[in-house]
Each structure stands twice: as C-alpha cells, then as structure tokens.
Design a protein around this ligand. Structure first.
Ligand code: IPE
Ligand code: IPE
Ligand code: MG
Length: 249
C-alpha cells in the first residue's frame, strides 16, 4: 500500500479559533448546545488528523475570557461538554501519545472540570507525539499581563534587570513556554478577527479564514488548509529572492 502524501511543508504548530457552533445549530433550528456537541466531534477529528499527518503542536481556542459573559446555561453546557470530552478522550490520548496542556485561567473553571483537566494533564505529561493545548478561560491580554507581573516581581526581588528582558524571556512567561509559535492560524465561520487569541505568539503566523462553521470542519477541510499553507511563501521580512535562497547581490 502506498503511503498517503500530505502537503509539504507541514506547519509544526497549528492554532485554531473554532467558531460557528451556535450559528450552525441555529440554521438547523436547534439549540446552540447542539452545535457545541457537534463541535466536540470536530475537535476529535482535528486532533486525530493532526496526529496522523504529523503536526507536533495543536492549540485549540475552546473558551475565551470573554465567553464567561454568555448566558449561564450555555456556559454550564459548555463546561459539561468539556468534562465529558476530557473523560472520554483520556484513553485515546494515552494510546496515541498525546500530551494535553491548558492555556488559560484554570482557577476560574468549575471544580469538577479543573480536577478532570489536571488528571489528564498529569497522566499525559510524558507523551510527545502531539502537544495538544486546550485554551480555556483564555485571553491573550490577560496572559501577557500575567507575564509582565511575574517579570516585574522578579525585577523587584533583584533576580532580574529590566535590560535582561527580551523576546525569549517574555515568551518563557507565557502559557506556551517551550513550544514554537504557531505557523498557521485557522478561523472557521467566516469571521476575520483574532478575538484576543495568542496576540504575541501569532506575530508571524499565516492566517487562514474559511466560511465553513466549526461543526462542519473535518479532515478534508483541515487538509485543504494545510495545502493552502504549503503554497505560501513565508518571508519574515526578507525579500522573496532571499527567501528562495537566490543570490541577487
Ligand atoms: C464557538 O462557537 C464556540 C465557543 C465560542 C465556545 P460559537 O458559540 O461562538 O458560535 P457562533 O459564533 O455563535 O456561531
Ligand atoms: C472566539 O469565538 C472564542 C472561541 C472560539 C472559544 P467567539 O465567538 O467568542 O468570538 P467573537 O466574540 O465572535 O469575536
Ligand atoms: Mg462565535
């Protein structure tokens, strides 16, 4: 049997704003939570696809600091779904060598969700095939302010001088410490904004927007995003010729 060819180069790290569950359900005249449930199946498929094609880091925006403002029943439903997801996926993560981490304010999550989350994080901490970062009660500004506060405290304690602060040091105080920045950001449902997601880490990411709503974003759509990424030229400030290694001196 011939090995399946995936688009190259592959991003090392993909970040996804999983948007459109509510509208997907509304179009079907069903409650929003029906959309979130279908969205959980897309999460499973995205994780499986990432593992299969060989992406090493996958960061999923599941619940933002702003999402706490939604109706209490929707928040409760989402938290329940999250707990069920974690409980049902632990075995698969073990089997597939997936390491789970959480980016966000864990202390704001309900006790039962936090306990389940901590359990999965601890039980998968030695795996390295795929690093899965679930963003829960996550906001990029809150993340950066927390980093600045930590750094400030170290300066105050005399452990650090302000001139020691550089990109690397700042990155080390973010939830994503030790992981490469995302190469590709995907947002579903037609919205073209960042919604307070990884503002520092996405500095040089390629952006991919699709009208497909998250519950319909499955393996084929993920591969289409990877194909589009493979065709982009990432210049990081250089000229196209420099990037291609062509001498124009
Ligand atoms: C994304 O879908 C899931 C969360 C933000 C939790 P939405 O719930 O935002 O769906 P729309 O944008 O209202 O359609
Ligand atoms: C962003 O989606 C957050 C998540 C996908 C978890 P939202 O639906 O909350 O974003 P806005 O409010 O439309 O910008
Ligand atoms: Mg939305």
């Amino acid at each position: 049997m011939q090995a399946i060819q995936y688009p190259e180069p592959l991003p090392q790290h993909v970040a996804i704003i999983m948007d459109g569950n509510g509208r997907w359900a509304e179009q079907r005249r069903r409650p929003r939570l029906f959309g979130h449930k279908a969205g959980a199946d897309s999460v499973r498929e995205a994780v499986e696809t990432a593992r299969e094609v060989g992406i090493r880091h996958l960061t999923l925006y599941a619940f933002s600091t702003e999402n706490w403002q939604r109706p209490g029943l929707e928040v409760k439903g989402l938290m329940n779904l999250l707990k069920n997801y974690l409980r049902s996926e632990l075995d698969t993560m073990r089997k597939n060598g997936i390491r789970l981490e959480c980016f966000g304010q864990k202390d704001r999550l309900p006790d039962d969700v936090r306990k389940m989350l901590n359990r999965v994080i601890i039980e998968t901490k030695d795996f390295s095939k795929l690093h899965l970062n679930l963003c829960l009660s996550y906001g990029s500004r809150a993340e950066m302010i927390r980093a600045v506060q930590e750094i400030g405290r170290q300066c105050e304690a005399g452990e650090l001088k302000p001139e020691d602060i550089d990109d690397q040091l700042f990155s080390n105080h973010l939830y994503s410490t030790g992981q490469p920045d995302p190469d590709l950001l995907i947002r579903t449902s037609g919205e073209q904004r960042l919604s307070n997601f990884l503002l520092w880490q996405l500095s040089y990411a390629e952006l991919y927007f699709t009208d497909i709503k998250w519950p319909d974003f499955r393996k084929d759509q993920f591969i289409a995003a990877l194909e589009e990424y493979a065709g982009r030229q990432r210049r990081f400030g250089k000229t196209g010729a420099q990037t291609e290694g062509v001498s124009t001196a």
